[in-house]
Design a binder for this molecule. Sequence first.
Ligand SMILES: [Zn+2]
Length: 254
Amino acid sequence: MFGWIVAAALAISAPVTAPACPGHPSAPLVSPVVAVRSGPGVHLGAIRYAQSVPLADHQLALTFDDGPDGEHTGQVLDILDRHCIKATFFLVGQEVEADPAAVRNIALRGHQIGAHSYTHPDSMAALPLAEARAEIDRSEEALQRVMQTAPPASQARLTHFFRFPAMIDSPDLLAETDRRGLASMSADYGFDDWVDDIPPDRLYDLALTLTEERKKGVILLHDYNPNMIAMLDRLLTALEARGYHFVQLTEARP
Ligand SMILES: [Zn+2]
């Protein structure tokens, strides 16, 4: 009885604010979500398409491609945890099969997962259509198989998002993702972290410059690149200090 009264009084007198991220009081404990409905005709991201995810000024959504990378994905997850940022990972099917525990860890820590082909060909548009179809099917099957024994909350992190390698699609390939009910997710910009030998300071400068030019966007990163990882914590801190907020790209469920 008395406990209830105290709790009620606290509820009335306490300021109504979302829990903050420890060490980052301007950031929330969990990234707000920007949900996208998947399905035919959903092709988003300025690198490739006319439409993009509707983000507000100073909103950024992080996406990481080509993992999981046994050595580096965990480092990225630790950095994201420190900033209480939830992201979206686009995984390569054969890497999924090589390191199922890393996939389940990504989901367990609250990140969303989409598919990024099975073998990561340079251009799926250059493949015979049957091979390209198999790239889509096998990547989806690998994720389903690896996640089928994961807790339901983790399974719910699997999206119907597909990202073409190098963002290269074709009308035939988009018809294939459309037919499967997959959203084709490009990104709005990246900062060359797919090039191996760009030093961390240069990647940091590029990322800040491009973000300040655009003021918002879905960002493309690669969790296999140690030079990107070396500057990621510093970059996130700098972006937070400049008033940027991180949101998580998720799938709207009916
Ligand atoms: Zn890729």
